[in-house]
Unconditional design. Sequence first.
Length: 262
Amino acid sequence: MNFALFLLILLLVTGAVWALEAALLRKRRREGARQPWWVEYSVSFFPVILIVFLLRSFLFEPFKIPSGSMIPTLLVGDFILVNKFTYGIRLPVLNVKLVGINAPSRGDVMVFRYPEDPSLDYIKRVVGVPGDRVEYRNKRLSINGQPVPLQQIEDYLSRERMQYTRRFLETLESAQHEIMLEEDAPAFVPQARAFPHFGNCNYNMAGVMCTVPAGHYFVMGDNRDNSSDSRVWGFVPDENIVGRAFFIWLNLAELGRFGSFR
């Protein structure tokens, strides 16, 4: 279900009734007569729906983490806020950019419409911007021929699987974030699919090398060996961008995670 479209339809319907009531129906009704139920509800809810629609469309949108592809940065069940205006102001529902502000940077955690099914929202980390040569070979990331700094830290303990996984600090654009690598997972990319600009990528048993085309981004999950991302289904076009994730506001299983993401 496209919630943005549903909200827009609800806004238009209640707004039309609100305008009709203000301009015509109220004047024709007998003094002291009650509003019909459909008018009463529409007039009451229209301002609320308008505020929610404006906030969600142009400022902040809530998003729930559905999978473990961004562990250890984001956990399953994290409720996060997405900044909708960081990368520009877009027309609601159609997602057409009206005003450009900033472009995504390497290291940003970005929410976007999944290229293979735009009805789904995905969240990954931007590792390559237009023109970059991104290499991920033998589980080491390089950008434009320069290896991305990597420092091993204490292993990560998964409470669900009750096992330890190697954890590292990776540095992109002078900012550090945590990633996980599994020792026994293969370095090559299994089940890579044909996608737009597939010819920009070269696959072998060591991994993949891609040149990011104009207007597109290369994204990866922080849980590197358990993430379906640009290595598998290709680049994220600019028109699919929703916004930049920046804040955890709730996790019912771990209340202490409030505000732990930036």
